[in-house]
Write a protein that binds this ligand. Structure first.
Ligand code: NI
Length: 147
């Protein structure tokens, strides 16, 4: 299996918060990440793609095309933004690394150009914290059609 990985970076603020918790419980669960005015991270996003190798280009996906889509459809929407407040497609989501990885995967999965497929995303939030998401696992094991 051939994978192509491509990295992007952005800086953003967020606040970990659950509206159904009271202030004390929000602080107990999220502690300093619950700071009312937020805090920032320099995020690193890695896309993991797979697909047939194009014999003419030697590529799984044209990086120039991929970069344009990812920049326009994702990075421009989140870079130098407050993820709780400024990003319509993240509204109502508690912006943990886990939830962001899922949201970014779901947003980018239908947009990948050519025959490549987005296998997963890896979102690094800080030196010691990262989340990876590889989409929904099939509910039942896949069985090859034999006839
Ligand atoms: Ni944080």
């Amino acid at each position: 299996v051939l994978y192509l990985k491509r990295r992007y970076g952005f800086s953003a603020a967020h606040r970990l918060f659950n509206a159904s918790f009271d202030d004390a419980k929000n602080w107990k669960v999220f502690e300093k990440c619950n700071n009312p005015n937020g805090h920032g991270h320099n995020y690193e996003l890695e896309l993991i793609l797979s697909g047939p190798l194009d014999a003419d280009s030697g590529m799984v996906v044209n990086i120039l095309d991929l970069d344009q889509i990812v920049e326009e459809q994702l990075i421009e929407h989140v870079d130098h933004k407050h993820l709780n407040l400024d990003v319509p497609f993240l509204q109502g989501i508690n912006p943990t690394a886990e939830n962001l990885a899922i949201a970014f995967y779901e947003r980018l999965h239908p947009l990948i150009p050519g025959k490549a497929v987005l296998v997963g995303v890896r979102l690094q939030e800080s030196k010691n914290n990262l989340a990876e998401y590889y989409g929904q696992a099939p509910a039942v094991p896949l069985v090859l059609q034999t006839s």
